[in-house]
Design a protein around this ligand. Structure first.
Ligand code: HEM
Length: 291
């Protein structure tokens, strides 16, 4: 059951992060002409993310019922689902989370998904609500409030970073279209400004999370939690390195040579793939005891 829960957490985190970040790119970063040209592809991507998000949220509730109850028999027990939803802190958050997930699916599937700013606002609450479950709520009082706030900012900044990378990959595929080139350069500039902030926020809140959840630097590699956390920090360091090369080496040469465009495309995809690995790691160690 643990392995299925980890997969479920991965699908759920990834879909919520992408949904919010793609929405923010389309709603705020992409100039109108570019946003229209990406509408169909990114609209489909967020609709798929919303459906995966809702299915994995329901599966997460079932599996949490099994973990809190008596194993597989409680995974399929409506009475246990009801008890989890009404009697636990996770359940209270999950009621709102499931409603938001269902609203996003109906909104996107009915074609209203072109209202990107509304998708982003709903997506922000949907993603941010994940900061009120798990190890984020281990502490009470002021430390508990800081922990929840830090997890919410961590999720939103991480979502902005990863979702924008998906949209940028789609943008770079259109760089050959002369009509779109200046819009794409514009979007890259805007992403660069906010991207710096998002990366700084992810890293800063990541360290706050380490301090509050674990209480010290992860230096004991015999602890699976700490080992996986160290891997996560290492992968994020590589992602930051790639982001710096993309921004300061490749983007300035984009109009002058084709090799820079090819390299930028490749590095953006690699950065994105590493981002998915980072989310996979947290899906795994966030389910382990932090020690
Ligand atoms: C691309 C960058 C990153 C992404 C996409 C990311 C994503 C996530 C996600 C989805 C969660 C689970 C949500 C939650 O628990 O509220 C999380 C939790 C966490 N992250 Fe990150 N993260 C990133 C960078 C970092 C960095 C640089 C650090 C450490 C310096 C870090 C440390 C943590 C910790 C300690 C947790 C709490 C895990 C737990 O519940 O036990 N993260 N991150």
């Amino acid at each position: 059951m643990d392995a299925i829960l980890v997969l479920c957490r991965l699908l759920h985190y990834a879909s919520a992060l992408f949904l919010f970040g793609i929405g923010a790119f389309q709603g705020w970063l992409a100039p109108q002409h570019l946003a229209r040209s990406l509408d169909a592809a990114l609209g489909r991507a967020v609709s798929v993310a919303a459906v995966i998000g809702l299915l994995s949220a329901v599966a997460w509730l079932f599996l949490a019922s099994g973990e809190m109850g008596d194993g597989w028999s409680d995974v399929w027990s409506p009475a246990t689902w009801y008890a989890v939803l009404t009697d636990t802190e996770f359940g209270h958050v999950w009621q709102i989370h499931l409603l938001l997930g269902a609203a996003l699916v109906s909104f996107l599937v009915s074609g209203w998904g072109r209202h990107w700013r509304l998708v982003t606002v709903l997506g922000a609450v949907y993603l941010g609500s994940l900061g009120f479950i798990g190890h984020a709520v281990m502490l009470e009082g002021a430390a508990g409030r800081i922990s929840r706030a830090s997890h919410v900012v961590h999720l939103l900044a991480g979502g902005f970073w990863l979702g924008a990378l998906v949209a940028l990959t789609a943008c770079l595929g259109k760089f050959g279209d002369n009509d779109l080139q200046s819009d794409i350069s514009h979007a890259l500039q805007r992403f660069s400004g906010l991207g710096h902030l998002a990366v700084a926020a992810v890293v800063a809140t990541g360290f706050v999370n380490v301090a509050l959840v674990l209480g010290h630097w992860p230096n004991d590699t015999s602890s699976p939690y700490q080992l996986l956390l160290l891997w996560k920090i290492g992968l994020v360091a590589v992602m930051v390195g790639l982001a710096v090369v993309n921004r300061y080496v490749l983007v300035p040469k984009l109009r002058d040579n084709d090799a820079s465009l090819q390299a930028l495309r490749l590095f953006t995809v690699v950065e994105l793939a590493l981002g998915v690995c980072v989310v996979a790691l947290v899906s795994l160690f966030g389910n382990l005891p932090p020690k």
